[in-house]
Every structure is written in C-alpha cells, then in structure tokens.
Design a protein around this ligand. Structure first.
Ligand code: ZN
Length: 76
C-alpha cells in the first residue's frame, strides 16, 4: 500500500490548485438572431438551431396574454 511520507505545506497544495479552473463556455453568435449563445445548443432567445426553429420561444406579448388568461380563469 502506498503511504504518504511527508505532509505538504499549505502553500504547496494551494500552488497546485491554482490550475483548477473552469474554462469559460464557448459562446458563439446565433445565426438567426445574432445574440450570443452556447455553441451546439438551441438558441435560448429564438429557439433556432442549424437554421431551423426547434423550440417555440414565447414573446413578451404572448406571455402577457397567457398570464392574463390564466388570472381571469382563476377568478371565475
Ligand atoms: Zn437566436
């Protein structure tokens, strides 16, 4: 069984851990709306991927309309 011979100093451990970094995720401009999005993912703003609409993204107006409809049905 391997056994640790000497403890490392705090500095030594900390120096090693300076390399533990999270790489920033690659952002690309959406070809549809031009906003920044994560590459190889559906654009969260327009729902497009590879020139096709994959997901329907609600506009502000649609959202408002839906909320109003919901609140009305709740009262009745
Ligand atoms: Zn987009």
């Amino acid at each position: 069984m391997p056994k640790v011979k000497h403890r490392h100093s705090k500095t030594r451990g900390r120096k090693r851990r300076t390399h533990y970094k999270i790489a920033a995720s690659a952002l690309v401009k959406c070809s549809q709306c031009g906003k920044e999005k994560v590459s190889h993912k559906i654009c969260p703003y327009c729902g497009y991927y590879d020139g096709r609409q994959i997901k329907h993204i609600e506009t502000k107006e649609e959202r408002k309309a839906r909320k109003e409809k919901k609140s009305k049905s709740g009262k009745e």
